[in-house]
Design a protein around this ligand. Sequence first.
Ligand code: F6R
Length: 357
Amino acid sequence: EKGTYPHFMLKEIDEQPFVMRKIIQEYQNESDQIKLDEGVRNAMKACDRVYIIAAGTSYHAGLIGKEMLEKVAEVPTEVHIASEFSYNMPLLSEKPLFIFISQSGETADLRAVLVEIKKLGHPSITMTNVPGSTLSREATHTLHLLAGPEIAVASTKAYTAQLAVLTILAVDTAQAKGIELGFDPLKELAIVGNAMEALCDQKDQFEKIAYQFLYTTRNCFFIGRGMDYHVALEGALKLKEISYIQAEGFAGGELKHGTIALIEEGTPVIALSTQEHVNNLIRSNVQEVEARGANVCMITREGLERPGDDVVIQDVHPLLAPLVTVLPLQLMAYYAALHRNCDVDKPRNLAKSVTVE
Ligand code: F6R
């Protein structure tokens, strides 16, 4: 039930701080340490490489999961689009572990891969919001997202839940390998929850930004570097699927290799900067597009902000910034779709769970 909310999507965006708390609670033991399925922990320890398989928004979560697994847990990780992997399987390592990320647990493209890798005898983990779903039943292990039912076709709270569970998995693996981390992941996720809440309380601001940047536009670009680039891809997908605005996410440094030709007077560019080591670089990309007339909306993190920035999220752990910066993008997509009279919860041509290949 959507209660007093006009749309499920808005309700599900608002539920994200609550989902963070739920995940912390469920993945925490009595001594405030991470509690994780032994089978999952052992599988992570035993593998020499992780292959993340997913589609759409879940694929975008996988791209960030790779960075977490590599940077935090030092596990080499590849991320693959499910529909590509099944018919063009890359060379596999000696001891691969497959992680299927799927909100619904029913996506046929993922199932096709699972069937193939089971024939080869490889272990798998399904990370899903639906315990008992096909992918959960057929994989060796399951990790629950605990986001609660997601009804709107556009995925929001499942994406941030995926990032939170990937964080927990990466940190647990690091701890099992004896890697010193220097941060408490559950505490950091609680801080993320608070930062999300602050954004949910500023909806008017995002409605205004959506109106200013997206009401009549034909297209829109999202740029970032590193993790912010992966969030840019998700921001673009959200916007195109519900508002039908042609949107694309780009790595800031790639603009000059072609895309910048599309920038005209008034083209909206949503820029993300939450990673200190590339803050200067992305800001020079912003100058390049502004010089060609782009209308730039800058989203950054406390400590990295500069005068004139449009949205400054609270200071969270840099690895977890994507969990927070995606909220403004979700809200801007929501309001853009609303202003343009689109069917927010049920966009044309799309189904909530894609059970055909
Ligand atoms: C986008 C969206 C889709 C799904 C994709 C995978 O908002 O919802 O891109 O993310 O169809 O679905 P799951 O995660 O159920 O496998």
